[in-house]
Ligand binder design. Structure first.
Ligand SMILES: NC(=O)c1ccc[n+]([C@@H]2O[C@H](COP(=O)([O-])OP(=O)(O)OC[C@H]3O[C@@H](n4cnc5c(N)ncnc54)[C@H](OP(=O)(O)O)[C@@H]3O)[C@@H](O)[C@H]2O)c1
Length: 156
């Protein structure tokens, strides 16, 4: 099963200068709770953003990085070069954790969307790709201050 997990503001903004435009400890805790013990797939830029923040790959998760660079390697990380082939054939439960390019690639395969909606407007440079939300049904919603933790399931 392929799931996407993302936090976005009211304009679907997700990033700024290859980092998050905001700091919400509650959202980071939610991300950790949902993805721990799972496989997480990310683009090379998001991976580098995580390394510059945490100095290591995400702990207690199988980290997979998508890159076109055949030389790319990092201790404790699996590297793939063909995202479509991986998403088509994987039997694992995979959480796609960004960024924009990898969300775009994964959206057609995604059965579930974990969207943290931030009820504010931020400055930034990277937006979640346009997609058809009507293909998904809201199955869970929990509000916490400015945050709304929404889970959507693909209808068909
Ligand atoms: N708000 C959130 O929840 C959230 C979550 C994650 C990330 N973000 C933000 O999103 C931004 C990064 O997004 P982004 O779109 O710029 O970068 P990205 O998707 O993280 O990474 C892009 C890189 O992934 C590789 N890639 C993508 N598609 C590929 C394909 N089909 N085949 C092979 N390699 C492929 C390429 O790496 P190479 O150049 O090495 O070939 C490409 O440069 C940052 O600001 C980050 O903070 C936000």
């Amino acid at each position: 099963m392929i799931a996407i997990i993302v936090a976005m503001d009211i304009d679907n903004l997700i990033g700024k200068n290859n980092t998050l435009p905001w700091y919400y400890p509650d959202d980071l805790a939610y991300f950790k709770k949902i993805t721990t013990g799972k496989t997480v797939l990310m683009g090379r830029k998001t991976f580098e953003s995580i390394i510059s923040r945490n100095k290591k790959p995400l702990p207690n998760r199988k980290n997979i990085v998508l890159t076109s660079n055949l030389q790319f390697q990092y201790s404790g990380v699996e590297v793939i070069h063909d995202g479509n082939a991986y998403l088509k054939q994987t039997k694992e439960d995979v959480f796609v954790i960004g960024g924009k390019q990898v969300y775009e690639l994964a959206l057609p395969y995604a059965e579930q969307l974990y969207i943290t909606r931030i009820n504010k407007k931020y400055e930034g440079d990277t937006y979640f790709p346009l997609f058809q939300l009507e293909q998904f049904q809201l199955i869970q919603k929990e509000e916490q201050g400015d945050l709304c933790f929404c889970v959507y399931q693909r209808k068909i």
